[in-house]
Design a protein. Structure first.
Length: 296
């Protein structure tokens, strides 16, 4: 296994920003494995496979959180649990000191109003950090039950800056990443359309070099663009051909379907791939339909 827990969590954070459901391709990206491995996992776990929602073109969609936890267990074992979510008040979009006047003292409700959370959330956070070895939460006076505002402001600035207990980005970073993602998505879509118009293959390696990003990131951008562009051009991937075998055929396992497609594509009359996108060959949808039509 090459995927670490840190890599898994980073990929999951990206997926959580971009999708509400996960596909088999998302599972493969999340786990850092081939789609064939994901298919084998699903074949071995019919209970989880049955939770899929079938969309257009027989695409399968799984609930995001349940799907992520399922992949986590496939990678790290049945006892693997998702990391606990920090229960303190949410982070500020940008680290900044909470305003106060000299000598001011705050109650839980005062802090909560400035943070935009409930007083209970602040109280719980204070309890969690009251014995912190380096940054204990400022103590409350035993008589008026208030904290020094300057100390609380400084503490929350540290909290927002260092993000203890948080692995994901803060809201401002999500917004920035979203803007970059949208720009890159449009760029990759235009690049894919250009490749199709010129009859050019567009592999993950080529796109990664052009964008100066990792292969994983390039593959992700390319998958997103391909899911929109290629169906509009009447193109289907090799893996999608297996899903289109006639329903009149005897019940076949996924593995048998893939072998059946291999056999069909070896025929002299079989269509040649129109283009390779990512690492998958794509075929003309009409030619595939003719290939799969049973002889009269």
């Amino acid at each position: 296994m090459t995927t670490t827990r840190e890599q898994f969590d980073q990929r999951l954070a990206e997926l959580q920003r971009n999708a509400r459901e996960l596909t088999r391709r998302d599972f493969a990206y999340l786990a850092g494995v081939a789609e064939k491995t994901v298919r084998n996992w699903l074949d071995a776990d019919s209970d989880f496979a049955s939770t899929a929602r079938t969309g257009a073109r027989r695409a399968q969609f799984f609930p995001l959180e349940e799907g992520a936890q399922w992949v986590r267990k496939q990678l790290f074992g049945p006892n693997e649990k998702a990391p606990e979510v920090h229960r303190g008040p949410r982070l500020s979009a940008e680290p900044q000191r909470m305003p106060y006047t000299p000598g001011e003292r705050w109650r839980w409700v005062d802090m909560a109003r400035l943070r935009g959370v409930t007083p209970t959330a602040v109280r719980v956070l204070a309890a969690d950090y009251q014995d912190h070895p380096e940054r204990p939460f400022p103590p409350r006076d035993e008589f008026d039950h208030r904290c020094d505002a300057s100390e609380v402001s400084a503490w929350f600035f540290w909290y927002d800056t260092t993000r203890p207990g948080y692995s994901g980005p803060r809201p401002a970073e999500i917004t920035a990443a979203s803007g970059t993602k949208d720009t890159r998505h449009k760029e990759v879509t235009r690049r894919l359309l250009s490749a199709l118009d010129n009859g050019e293959d567009l592999t993950t390696r080529v796109l990664a070099e052009e964008l100066d990003v990792s292969a994983d990131v390039a593959a992700r951008y390319l998958r997103q663009a391909a899911e929109i562009v290629l169906p509009e051009r009447g193109l289907v991937s090799r893996s999608q051909i297996a899903e289109r075998l006639p329903t009149t055929s005897p019940a076949l396992t996924p593995g048998q379907r893939r072998e059946r497609v291999k056999t069909l594509l070896k025929r002299q009359s079989a269509p040649a791939p129109v283009v390779t996108v990512g690492d998958s060959p794509y075929y003309d949808e009409t030619a595939v339909a003719e290939l799969l039509t049973p002889p009269e």
